[in-house]
Write a protein that binds this ligand. Structure first.
Ligand SMILES: [Zn+2]
Length: 140
């Protein structure tokens, strides 16, 4: 697989098959719809029209990211080493109800240093921080 693999699927695969089958068998009743309407994508479009989402925002049924690494090997991997990773977006066809991959993307990820641990301050330090952060006046 190429490092920059990315594929979008514009139509539901079941509806595409039904459309082809309808044509082959000469039975137009087998075709349900065009297979292009996605349930969650359409809800996101409505949210954008109401100003509740950015125009470039994408929303689907499931959006999953991860890396393909054997957990027993992950700890011993060197900092900076790269693991094959993925991004998957699925949605639901509004014509037949099929859940299918709308977008597949390869997202390789480099192993990085673990995040720095926050050490909780001692009690006197916590009180000083609380005093500085709390507002001088309160509405309640
Ligand atoms: Zn469909």
């Amino acid at each position: 697989m190429e490092k920059d693999f990315h594929r979008e699927f514009k139509k539901c695969p079941i509806c595409v098959l039904r459309e082809e089958l309808a044509a082959i068998l000469g039975k137009p009743e087998l075709k349900l719809g065009n297979g292009e309407d996605r349930f969650l994508e359409q809800l996101a479009t409505e949210a954008k029209k109401k100003g509740l989402a950015r125009e470039d925002w994408r929303f689907h049924f499931q959006i999953v990211e991860g890396v393909v690494v054997d957990p027993t090997k992950a700890k011993s991997a060197l900092i900076g080493s790269e693991a094959p990773g993925f991004g998957i977006m699925t949605d639901i066809c509004m014509d037949c109800g099929c859940i299918y991959a709308a977008d597949l993307t390869r997202i390789d990820q480099k192993k990085s240093l673990p995040p720095a641990q926050v050490i909780p301050p001692n009690r006197a330090e916590r009180r000083r921080v609380d005093r500085e952060q709390s507002p001088p006046f309160s509405l309640s």
